[in-house]
Design a protein around this ligand. Structure first.
Ligand code: PEP
Ligand code: MN
Length: 293
């Protein structure tokens, strides 16, 4: 372990890696996030209709995803943009789970909605804009569901760890960290994927780490290559936006993959996943920063 990181992160004792603490494996139905499984969560940015969601659920399940994503409560940058279907969207997500067997991840924006969303979701997503909403994080401590915590778009790794500590301290040990790109001076991409954050987090924390290449890229052509990079640096899974007809999507169409693009990406990731498995078994330190795994 890099001695600088030891001092910087060990204060978040419930989420920091230590010699005595084994890795957290978050169990969602039969899946193990942070264990041997590489878990792909895929689906539309927003739940728009029953047909849109069910078609997408079937397509991503067939291509190898095991968790369906879809926002029913949307934190949009503009107050004039589509804000999500709310409870109706949650009901479509439940139906998609019944029909495909996929687990469900969906975003929660307010502590007032935690109980309701926990009735429908297998994983509660905290978006980049909510990473420091401590009232929400504390409420998630008692929700009885794993939490996927996205890194704030201007948050440091230390601040991400601090927010994770708040959730675990409030009683919920099942936290998954998510790197989704940070805001930098670069404008060619929507955000800058901080690829180094993955091995750093895997080194300083025992929590699983997944990568969202869609919000990092902002354009669909970059999503597959960033997904490959995520595997190479040791991520435990991906969160990817997929839409039946991206040009008609009510949110994030530019970065959403078509069904065919998602299928091809999943196929092309296979050799990288096999290499990741080999590296994990033979040389775990290859996937850690500073050989500390
Ligand atoms: C999303 O996953 O659709 C989303 C709003 O992501 P983020 O919070 O990373 O912007
Ligand atoms: Mn989105």
């Amino acid at each position: 372990m890099n001695p600088k990181w030891n001092g910087q992160f060990s204060c978040f004792d419930l989420v920091a890696k230590s010699d005595t603490r084994s890795r957290t494996v978050v169990r969602v139905r039969e899946l193990e996030i942070g264990g041997d499984d590489f878990v792909v969560m895929a689906g539309p940015c927003a739940v728009e209709s029953e047909t849109q969601l069910l078609q997408t659920a079937e397509a991503v399940a067939r291509a190898g995803a095991s968790i369906l994503r879809g926002g029913a409560y949307k934190p949009r940058s503009s107050p004039y943009a589509f804000q999500g279907l709310g409870v109706e969207g949650l009901k479509f997500l439940r139906k998609a789970r019944e029909e495909t067997g996929l687990a469900i991840i969906t975003e929660v924006m307010s502590e007032e909605d935690v109980q309701l969303i926990a009735e429908y979701a297998d994983i509660m997503q905290v978006g980049t804009r909510s990473m420091e909403n401590y009232a929400l994080l504390e409420a998630l401590g008692q929700c009885g569901r794993p939490v996927l915590l996205k890194r704030g778009m201007t948050a440091t790794i230390e601040e991400l760890m601090r927010s994770a500590q708040v959730i675990v301290m409030a009683g919920n040990p099942d936290v998954i960290l998510c790197e989704r790109g940070i805001r930098t001076f670069e404008t060619a991409t929507r955000n800058t994927l901080d690829i180094a954050a993955v091995p750093v987090l895997k080194t300083v924390s025992h929590l699983p780490v997944i990568v969202d290449p869609s919000h990092a890229a902002g354009v669909r052509s970059l999503v597959p290559v960033l997904a490959r990079a995520a595997i190479v640096v040791g991520a435990d899974g991906l969160l990817v936006e997929v839409h039946p007809c991206p040009e008609q999507a009510m949110s994030d169409g530019d970065q959403s993959l078509t069904f065919g693009e998602f299928r091809r990406m999943m196929r092309d990731l296979q050799p990288y996943l096999e290499l990741q498995q080999e590296a994990r078994q033979l040389r775990p330190q290859l996937l850690a920063a500073g050989g500390a795994d």
